[in-house]
Design a protein around this ligand. Structure first.
Ligand code: BGC
Length: 905
């Protein structure tokens, strides 16, 4: 038998070795990064029986990706240049401990893995090597210093941001070079006139007071023997710019912009040299007149300084810099990928508004900014205003509140000029263009989509185009709101990492994209910012504002639920260990509040936020008692903490929090549940919570609660009756009660409020409110009317798990739960997910009285297959493709209940 290179018997091969949650492991911060790999094989039922990891120094020939293929097993050894783990029996292939000595700063290694299959068959050939490189792991690694322009500025309002520059000489050709950088503010760097890397809004937003990220770049190709220059563009960003509500406040983290840049060079002769920002750098104002995340950017191309980031530029008229003191121990490497430009979108229409303005429609509500190509006379200013919607044919900017979202470009004149703002982003579908010279030609104005450059991992599709559009809108809302941190919305004067929003969306997010690194970083900040009582800020990174910090159920519970979701979806036990103290602090804090009664029935709660019946200006006035919600969440978090303790082998805590959860459930039961299973808040959200959070101990009560939930859903005419808390739960709760038809009817409803209503109103993202746009096309008068909030899109998780039928049965999808429940006249549905073990997929069709289910199970995993009508006959299958058939009514025969007439009011 002949096999291709890198293939073993049955084509078995390790396709990819991944390093922690990095996409590009350059400049990583983990000295002992965990390794994950995926296997491809034509052999069915493939289970790994053993593996071997090889880590070798990356000096010299990095292209030699296979060496020493053969059947013999290397003994465990480590000889300076190379560590080989030796054959290790075991089936683990996700986040496997680092087998070699901890990395030191800058060390570059090549990692490859080979595996043995069932009954010890193998080994596979060594995988292609993955290169990884440590960043600067110790504060002492930094010889560069933070430098800031040595001028006075009135920072109470926007001021022109600075350029910084420095020069250095290289005495020999370069073999390799790295640039490490961060800033107070946001930055872009150039070397010898060329942009370094492609990151957007670096270094991103962390709790700067304690943690500031730096990034590493390979700049080998940008340097030359002799004179070199490095230039840094800075802007306010989150550090100094206006952030927060009601106009926000400036200077939240400091009032001086500064850059830290270190360039490390290895010459071809083996010698090394380091250069960095320091007291010899120079500063000047450049072409950016002002830049703010909410305000937008103003740029005057006449003020450009050609050659400013190249050597031999005359900077004698520039100012000096101050070296700022800084605790370099706060610098951290990234946990995941950076923000990048990910797509260009052309306008679908250029129209003239009733008032005579030029308005571009990009056909998609997106997040990023515009790139323009323009020619005209010097001094002419083009103004770009952004909005998500039109109102009466004009830009609808009221939902932006105090965010101006306006960019201006003043032409230098004399040719074609291209520009895109660097340090701002907007949430928009429409843009108004003013001052454009002549006609806007195709290609002149394009939208540049920006977000954290996560790998796409999840897909869903079904026979209903409206449901597909709903799902696509969820994807776009995730893209728009995973810009370095998970935000509530991307357009108005907010854009904050609201904890409750991610708490409910995390399962959906972790299916659609590999967001593990981004979430990991956010959780670290959440833990750092917990108050002594255990309350996380309501948004992370948090800051003092008009909005007080308080113990808020469903929001604060993110401290427990989000790490748990990361563990379940990515198989990351490390995140549980890292967050354990934070998880405990939250549960202990609430337990201290509730005391022996275990009822959380005092204090402010946001509750079932944005219940559709809540008045537009009082979104917390839900039908469901906020304290019922709070106690239900307390029970859930205590239980998840007990489960976490069990995973981490902390038996005492497991017992303690298990008992606490039991006591809270009992208190809930006594306070809110009648013996027959009625709840005192007779609302959909209350029943959904009770059913999903296992708050009803007796079978009969669960049956009664399920029946009551359906009655309420039906009485509501299948319009949505839930807010932030109930919405992610209601379909699952209906299914738990066996009421699949009602769940589908709710999903497929098109009247307002419903999931599909916005789709019928031409929505291209998920709205904050069920009726952000009212049926007459006007914008909801409420203060909070975003058209890009992922929270209510959390239903996508149900689409994946129940409509298509692809769910994790064990952490990291090591075992899949394939449990499709077709309904709603859907004739087919499918979902695919790139699990940590490889691609899993489920697709089903209904044909000729039969349900055909095709399942793809990744190597080294199994799937529990549970088909409708065959309950109790669950089978477990191994890796490979499987086809199942079972008698099932045709789609046309599904019961689609007509909605009863809605009662007035
Ligand atoms: C945000 C929400 C958030 C809420 C809580 C809003 O302004 O946009 O998504 O969870 O406040 O108060």
């Amino acid at each position: 038998m002949t096999t291709a290179p890198h293939e073993g018997p049955h084509g078995t091969r390790v396709t990819e070795v991944r390093i922690e949650h990095h996409r590009e492991p350059l400049g990583i911060g983990e000295p002992s990064p965990r390794l994950s790999w995926t296997v491809a094989t034509e052999s069915p039922d493939w289970k790994q029986s053993a593996y071997e990891i090889r880590v070798r120094d990356a000096h010299g020939d990095e292209t030699a990706s296979t060496r020493g293929d053969g059947d013999e097993t290397d003994p465990e050894r480590s000889d300076g240049d190379e560590t080989v783990s030796g054959r290790r029996d075991g089936d683990e292939s996700v986040l496997v401990p680092w087998p070699a000595a901890p990395l030191r700063s800058r060390q570059r290694k090549l990692v490859s893995v080979r595996v043995w299959g069932p009954d010890g068959t193998g080994p596979s050939p060594w995988s292609p090597e993955t290169a990884l490189e440590a960043g600067l792991l110790e504060p002492d690694d930094w010889t560069a210093r933070f430098v800031s322009p040595a001028w006075q500025e009135d920072v109470t309002d926007q001021v022109p941001p600075p350029l910084l520059r420095g020069e250095f000489r290289l005495r020999a050709p370069v073999e390799s070079a790295r640039l490490y950088a961060t800033a107070h503010g946001v930055h872009e760097i150039e070397i010898n006139g060329t942009r370094v890397g492609d990151h957007v809004l670096a270094p991103g937003w962390t709790h700067y007071t304690e943690r500031l990220r730096y990034q590493a770049f390979d700049v080998t190709g940008l340097l030359r023997t002799g004179g070199n220059a490095v230039g840094v563009l800075l802007a306010d960003g989150w550090f100094r710019g206006r952030i927060g509500f009601e106009g926000g406040a400036r200077n939240r983290y400091g009032d001086r912009l500064a850059a830290l840049v270190q360039i490390e060079v290895r010459h071809t002769d083996g010698s090394t040299a380091t250069f960095g920002s320091g007291g010899d750098w120079r500063a000047a104002h450049g072409p950016i007149v002002s830049s703010g995340i909410y305000e937008g950017e103003r740029y005057d191309a006449r003020r450009e300084l050609p050659g400013w980031s190249a050597p031999h530029f005359d900077d004698s008229a520039w100012s000096g810099v101050d070296v700022l003191p800084y605790d370099l121990g706060r610098l951290v490497a990234p946990d995941g990928p950076p923000v990048r430009r990910t797509e260009l979108v052309d306008p679908v229409a250029v129209t003239t508004s009733p008032s005579g303005r030029t308005v571009l429609d990009f056909g998609q509500n997106l997040v990023g900014r515009l790139r323009i190509r323009v020619s005209g006379e010097a001094g002419r200013t083009v103004t770009l205003r952004h909005a998500e919607v039109l109102e009466n044919g004009e830009l609808g900017t009221r939902p932006l509140r105090l965010a101006e979202a306006t960019d201006t470009y003043t032409l230098r004149g004399g040719g074609t000029e291209e520009w895109e703002p660097r340090f701002t982003f907007h949430g928009f579908r429409y843009a108004e263009v003013d001052g454009w010279p002549g006609e806007i030609a195709p290609g002149d104005i394009r939208a540049v989509v920006c977000h954290t450059d996560m790998r796409r991992t999840g897909w869903f599709e079904c026979s209903d185009p409206l449901v597909n559009k709903l799902h696509e809108n969820v994807v776009w809302s995730m893209r728009g709101n995973f810009l370095d941190i998970p935000t509530d919305c991307p357009q108005r004067d907010e854009r904050l990492g609201w904890t409750g929003d991610l708490q409910i969306f995390a399962p959906t997010a972790s299916f659609l994209y590999d967001c593990a690194g981004l979430v990991r970083s956010w959780l670290t900040d959440l833990a750092l910012q917990q108050s002594p009582e255990g309350w996380p800020p309501l948004w992370v990174p948090g800051f003092e504002s008009v909005f007080p910090r308080f113990a808020c159920a469903a929001w604060g519970d993110a401290a427990v639920i989000v790490p748990w979701v990361m563990y379940r979806r990515f198989g990351d036990t490390g995140v549980l260990a890292a967050q354990y103290a934070s998880m405990k602090a939250w549960v202990d804090g609430v337990a201290a509040l509730t005391g022996e009664r275990h009822l959380w029935d005092e204090g402010l709660q946001l509750g079932d936020w944005l219940d559709p019946t809540a008045p537009p200006d009082r979104p917390f006035e839900a039908r469901t008692d906020g304290h019922l919600v709070a106690t239900a969440y307390h029970a859930l978090s205590a239980q998840l903490l007990a489960d976490t303790a069990a995973v981490l082998g902390r038996d005492e805590d497991r017992d303690h929090y298990g008992k606490l959860a039991e006591a809270v459930r009992a208190a809930f039961h006594q306070e809110y549940v009648s013996p027959s299973g009625r709840l005192v808040s007779d609302s959909q959200t209350a029943y959904a919570l009770a059913l999903r959070f296992t708050l009803l101990p007796e079978e009969e009560q669960r049956r009664r609660a399920g029946r009551r939930l359906v009655e309420l859903v039906r009485a509501g005419g299948f319009r949505i009756g839930t807010g932030f808390v109930g919405t992610p739960l209601v379909c699952d709760a209906l299914c738990a009660a066996g009421e699949y038809d009602a769940a589908y009817r709710l999903l497929l409803e098109q009247g307002c409020p419903s999931w599909l209503y916005p789709v019928t109103m031409d929505a291209t993202t998920i709205w904050e409110r069920w009726d952000s746009m009212l049926p007459d096309g006007s914008v909801n008068p409420g203060d909070m009317t975003s058209f890009n909030h992922y929270a209510l899109g959390a239903v996508a998780d149900w689409l994946h798990r129940t409509v298509a039928g692809l769910a994790p049965a064990a952490p990291g999808y090591r075992r899949l739960l394939v449990r499709p429940r077709p309904g709603g006249r859907l004739s087919h549905a499918s979902a695919a997910h790139r699990t940590p073990y490889g691609r899993a997929a489920v697709s089903w069709t209904r044909e000729d009285g039969e349900l055909r289910v095709c399942v793809t199970v990744p190597p080294n995993t199994t799937a529990l297959v549970d088909l409708p009508g065959r309950e109790g006959e669950t089978v477990e299958v191994g890796s490979g493709r499987h086809l199942f058939r079972t008698p099932f009514p045709a789609a046309e025969d599904d019961v689609i209940e007509e909605a009863p007439p809605l009662l007035p009011g």
